[in-house]
Design a binder for this molecule. Structure first.
Ligand SMILES: [Zn+2]
Length: 315
């Protein structure tokens, strides 16, 4: 295949995966355009090496079961794997797992326990059940589509849709409503979708001791900083864990800290102190023009920890 064709195929594959992943309307926001541009440039610069990297991801998606033995996150969220994973039940108090055919409903037992705690707390707060989306593959590792992270079993996507839900059989939940919380253009909250219910869910998740970070769209974080739907009643300190990140307008992405004693788990640097309602948030909301000069090539993705290669073939 010619180089240009490889790049085009990769772009199409990535686009299709993204459409399927989030069901977000393709909308032209400055931020997403910047990301698209950066991604395209990175593809062009990285070229065939990138193509090879994508193809190498598949063995992890093919792992059918968790590895035997004690649970252990290995490596980081974007460069790791997971030993001894547990599966999230399809149904629980306050939640329903969706898209189970994707086989991404596995996680560290702490992550499973967190989802169950959050479900109970959400139900006690009067919320309708939330949908739980991707966690990790049975042995973690890179995914062929949709995410750079979710590799070491400590990440979970929870959808913002808190409307009352029909009781569907687990495998009939592949195509459920997962609306964006933002208006078309992605510059403002959609008050018909996002209200005090979602703020409550975010508060409950942020209050959980095991939760280290919660990724939300910068526009959502900005609205919360401004007190949308009572978000700053009682102060803004709880917004500390909410990290602005593109996308994440229809789901929140929760990341747990490395469990105590998990010596192979690689954590992230701590979040800077404060509520994050500052220049670091404003940066995401400013207009950034696409670079006019070629961007330097991305450094090659670091190799997975050696223990992951062993894990892939264990048991
Ligand atoms: Zn996620």
């Amino acid at each position: 295949m010619r180089f240009a064709t490889v790049v085009r195929v990769l772009i199409e594959r990535r686009s299709a995966a993204r459409r399927k992943e989030s069901r977000v309307n393709v909308r032209n926001s400055t931020i997403t355009n910047c990301y698209k541009t950066a991604f395209l440039l990175a593809l062009v610069v990285a070229g065939p090496a990138r193509a090879a990297a994508v193809d190498r991801l598949s063995p992890w998606g093919a792992a059918a079961s968790a590895s035997p033995g004690p649970a252990s996150p290995i490596g980081g969220p974007a460069n790791g794997c997971l030993a001894g994973a547990a599966a999230l039940p399809a149904d629980g108090v306050g939640f329903q797992a969706i898209r189970l055919r994707r086989h991404r409903n596995f996680g560290h037992p702490d992550t499973i326990a967190f989802v169950m705690r959050l479900g109970r707390a959400a139900q006690a707060a009067g919320l309708a059940p939330f949908y739980v989306g991707d966690m990790a593959q049975p042995r973690g590792g890179p995914m062929a589509s949709g995410h750079g992270a979710h590799q070491n079993g400590l990440d979970v996507d929870i959808w913002f849709n808190l409307d009352p839900k029909p009781t569907l059989a687990p495998l009939a939940r592949d195509d459920v409503p997962l609306p964006s919380m933002l208006l078309a253009g992605m510059h403002a909250i959609d008050p018909a979708q996002f209200d005090a219910r979602q703020v409550t869910l975010l508060r409950l998740a942020a209050a959980d001791q095991r939760v280290e970070r919660i990724f939300v769209n910068p526009v959502i974080k900005q609205a919360l900083c401004r007190g949308f739907a009572g978000a700053t009643d009682g102060g803004s300190a709880w917004l500390h864990k909410l990290r602005p990140w593109p996308g994440h307008d229809e789901h929140l992405h929760v990341r747990l800290a490395c469990p105590a004693g998990a010596t192979q788990c690689v954590g992230q640097p701590p979040i800077p102190p404060g509520d994050g309602c500052d220049a670091s948030l404003a940066w995401w909301l400013e207009k950034h023009e696409a670079p006019t000069t070629p961007v330097p090539p991305r450094p090659p993705r670091p190799r997975l920890p050696k223990a992951c290669a062993v894990l892939l073939t264990a048991g």
